[in-house]
Write a protein of this length. Structure first.
Lengths: 429, 251
């Protein structure tokens, strides 16, 4: 018990130090410290999470953070109406590895280790999911999609599917009646998951989005409009879409103030999960419409009257979706920041699978500044995508690149950072 | 016109393989050399390898490699004869393994390869922790290939990610490069890749050719020679490519 206190408090103060020394978002360090001091710490937390009302875990290649954030907002709306404790444990800054999740629990506990809430929505990295799902028993697991993402870390693509299946098998242990699986019917690798499980889950719900031009690079996903929870796209614009959710003979119109088709998928995933946990469509609508995107996933920041529009890129499918969206905007100046740390994926060959040629052909996109550890690889990628070398500039140092572009360039700048580049950017803005 | 065939692009397309095709295309276009790139997919036997001056084959996951195995095996002799006749071929990762004599699974079964390149590949014997058994990371190596075109740059850079261990077993097949950093063919000897005549196989992606422009030009040079056409490869401004290459050497 004493050791618990020490572990939690040391971890908490490390988070404080990290934040205040502007080392970035505290992320995983407190989790490492806490677990190093007290390996069973997570058990003590999970005991407290046994009777949660809301207990969601989100995994998959793309859209985890946004789906998690949307679910959080939906739960908050739901809690508001019922006058319950609105606090929700949520790692919506994207720290989704094992230690990051422990850090989030440390952050959400008081000095004696008591959690502020039993409710949580946690995004979990596909590889970490195997371990986390053994220890934290969620009531609802959402799998967004399985695309090509950081293959160097996971080996190959189908092994990601295997990892998720193993994770779900772990989650099903002693939890078969309670657990709901929320699966994307539009993604063949996700919709086939139940076939690969050793324990058959009792409650599987499929969600699907009816749309036309979603591109799966692997060419493998068959489009299935079947599903339990359907989203029909009514209207889609640059930064906002109107959709209709249809479920159990009920329907509701919802505005999604986020760019791109991929965010419609995220909203549908969150809505389906919430609905099957008993949240009303009205509160789901409120949650989605009151959601403000987390820094970096697609957010606008203002510095010196310049508008910085930030879009996280991390794998070819997600990046191509972002590019397709950006091609529709009139922004001329781009800052693309490519790092190759562990959390970004050490292998940057995915840049070649992302369709930067769309951006090269766009009549609006004019100037490209490349930055980050692999700035020159990005410059080469743009050159071979068809951007004339004279329109490509390289400043590897992120701070200098940001200063340059704010000083020299037009009113609005699109910024595309990888994950750790985003964290660095966050310290500078 | 230089004719390039891209084999099974929908099945074998891991790790930015398409970057190699994009590189061939651009480096020909910038020199105003006419070219075409044909995709040869499953069952397209009407497209004959002999109609091409250069063939590229990438890597896939196990499942996708299995799907194309019989198709490419049925065309083995067609390819073998042309390679003997100096057709330039570039094979990366899975495609490289496929051209060898056999692949030995962790249970000891031998799966026959095309037997065009004098290599064999073995799965790691202990499969318990398959993630750690993969050879993954940045690679830099000294080129051993006798360069006919650009002899200035002598290194090769990129990224590798494979579990198979490849060994050269034929004296006519030579190692492509000598590892400076990374694992290479098998993490035991110091070699990376292999070549026989104008057939080049390698584990290096990243993509391979964009930041190894000298190797891209070497292959194009051989393809032009093979085609019998009279094109010349004039010098290009490779400053971005070389910056990326030199940076990767320091990783």
């Amino acid at each position: 018990m004493i050791l618990d206190l020490i572990a939690i408090n040391l971890a908490k103060s490390s988070a404080y130090l990290v934040k205040n020394l502007r080392l970035g978002n505290a992320s995983a360090l407190p989790g490492r410290i806490a677990l190093a001091l007290k390996p069973k710490l997570l058990k003590n937390f999970t005991k407290q999470l046994k009777n949660s009302k809301h207990a969601y875990m989100i995994t998959g290649t793309n859209g985890k953070t946004t789906t998690t954030g949307l679910l959080k907002q939906i739960c908050i709306e739901d809690q508001k109406n019922s006058n319950n404790n609105p606090y929700l444990i949520c790692n919506d800054m994207g720290a989704n590895l094992y230690y990051g999740i422990v850090a989030e629990l440390v952050h959400s506990s008081d000095i004696s280790g008591l959690l502020k809430s039993q409710n949580y929505t946690l995004e979990v990295d596909e590889a970490a999911f195997v371990k986390v799902s053994k220890e934290i028993k969620a009531k609802s697991i959402i799998v967004t999609n399985i695309f090509r993402d950081q293959l160097d870390r996971f080996g190959e693509l189908d092994s990601t599917q295997k990892l998720i299946c193993t994770g779900i098998d772990n989650a099903l242990k002693d939890n078969q009646q309670k657990l709901q699986l929320i699966l994307n019917a539009n993604d063949a690798r996700v919709s086939q998951i139940p076939e690969h499980l050793t324990t058959k889950p009792e409650k599987i719900f499929y969600y699907s989005v009816i749309e036309k031009d979603f591109e799966d690079l692997d060419g493998k996903s068959e489009t299935k409009t079947k599903g339990d929870f359907i989203c029909e796209i009514i209207e889609s614009h640059d930064d906002i879409s109107q959709v209709k959710f249809i479920v159990d003979q009920k329907e509701i119109l919802v505005d999604i103030a986020l760019p791109g088709t991929y965010n419609i998928y995220n909203a549908t995933a969150a809505a389906a999960a919430a609905y099957y946990q008993g949240i009303s469509l009205e509160n789901i609508k409120k949650g989605i419409e009151n959601y403000h995107s987390i820094f970096g996933r697609s957010e606008t920041k203002k510095i010196n009257n310049k508008e910085l529009k930030i879009f996280l890129i991390k794998n070819p499918t997600g990046c191509t979706e972002v590019i397709k969206h950006l091609c529709k905007t009139t922004v001329e100046d781009y800052l693309i920041i490519i790092n190759d740390d562990y959390a970004d994926g050490k292998d940057i060959s995915w840049l070649w699978d992302a369709r930067f040629d769309y951006l090269a052909k766009s009549s609006n996109a004019k100037n490209f500044l490349c930055s980050g550890h692999r700035a020159y690889d990005m410059a080469v990628r743009l050159k071979y995508a068809g951007v004339d070398s004279s329109r490509i500039k390289v400043i590897p140092d992120i701070k200098q690149a940001l200063e340059y572009i704010i000083q020299e360039k037009a009113q609005t700048i699109n910024i595309l950072p990888t994950y750790t580049a985003l964290l660095e950017l966050e310290k500078l803005i | 016109m230089i004719k390039i065939a891209h084999l099974y692009p929908h099945h074998l397309n891991l790790y930015g393989d398409i970057g190699n095709i994009i590189t061939f295309a651009n480096r020909l276009k910038w020199r105003s050399i006419d070219f075409c790139i044909d995709e040869i997919s499953l069952g397209e036997q009407v497209k004959k390898y002999k109609d091409y001056d250069l063939i590229f084959i990438g890597g896939g996951q196990d499942r996708q490699q299995e799907e194309i195995a019989a198709d490419i095996a049925s065309r083995r002799n067609e390819l073998f004869d042309l390679v003997e006749n100096n057709l330039p071929v570039l094979a990366v990762c899975g495609g490289y393994q496929l051209l060898g004599k056999y692949y030995q699974t962790s249970e000891g079964h031998e799966i026959a390869g095309l037997d065009i390149l004098g290599i064999i590949t073995k799965a790691p014997s202990q499969q318990k922790n398959s993630k750690q058994d993969r050879l993954i990371g940045n690679v830099s190596a000294k080129l051993l290939l006798e360069m006919q075109f650009n002899t200035e740059l002598k290194t090769l850079v990129g990224f590798e990610n494979h579990s198979g261990r490849t060994f050269i077993v034929d004296q006519n097949t030579k190692p492509l490069a000598q590892i400076i950093k990374g694992f290479g063919n098998n993490a035991e000897d110091v070699f990376e890749g292999a070549y026989y005549k104008n057939l080049i196989g390698t584990y290096v992606h990243g993509s391979l050719l964009p930041k190894n422009p000298h190797l891209a030009d070497e292959i194009l040079y051989r393809a032009i020679k093979y085609s019998g056409k009279n094109y010349s490869l004039n010098a290009l401004d490779d400053s971005f490519e070389l910056e990326a290459h030199n940076f990767a050497l320091k990783l």
